[in-house]
Design a protein around this ligand. Sequence first.
Ligand code: BDR
Ligand code: CA
Length: 311
Amino acid sequence: MRKILIDCDPGHDDALAILCALANKEKLEILGITTVGGNQTLEKVTINAQHILAFAQAEVPLVKGQSQPLVKTFQPSDEAHGKSGMDGPYFENLVYPITGENAVLFMAEKIQASKEKVTLVALGPLTNIALLLKTFPEIHEKIEAISLMGGGIRNGNVTSLAEFNIYVDPEAAHIVYHSGLPIIMSGLDVTEQAEIKVDEIGLLRNKGKISHLAYELLSFYNKSGQQFGFVNSPIHDLCALAYLIKPEIFAGNYYFVDVNTSDGIGRGQTFADKRLVSSHKANVLVLENVERKHFVDLLMTALERLDREVI
Ligand code: BDR
Ligand code: CA
């Protein structure tokens, strides 16, 4: 059983990753979920997390984190995930408690209290995680790994070089990538292969309460993705979670990966040292391939499980 903390900014794909984690209780014990400003404001992404957790009848502590990146300020946009940050479904009168407002302290306490090592699953900008690592260096030895969605060693999405989560807070990402902790990077290299097709989204309709919620999430997300040229929908964040459940459907390589924190054209880029001989030691497992069908099956199975559990 792996103990995890999920740091996220829901976000359609964050929401699907949370649902998948909730459905895999025999493999993952969720110690808590923390939010960070990214896809939308901190207030909005926290409301979205409350909606998902309440809808799935979860009992996991939810804690608010940082609203702004470490150094620069950031203004969220409605472009990818809509005004709410998770447009599509309508949630009626759902209440879910917020356990606290200091995600960094919460994570540190959970890690300190845990007998076993804890894996961090990072699905948004790395602000909370960087603060955690800097403020509590003594907990490094209690962290098993950081499985993160962010970056890409081939291309970006916000700019041609930088991916959204890293672009929002490159200084935080720099701290995390240089932490010396084992990092599993689900960047665009792999997440753009982790697509769900339109006809597969259609199969979720009216299938069960949770599957239908996923249908509504993915229907909006698919339409919105079309403005960026996608026909099918890459479920980016689910990769970082799915790897912990079924690592065998992924393939990757170890590289030294660094983060560009300059103010130039490359700000937010994650770049890999692919030289045959390099003075740098590899610091990241970069996932580069996923078996798409198995990935979609993993999601479908998780949703079906929750359909049976949630009344
Ligand atoms: C990442 O950015 C967000 O829009 C998604 O939730 C994902 O974490 C993809 O670039
Ligand atoms: Ca996200």
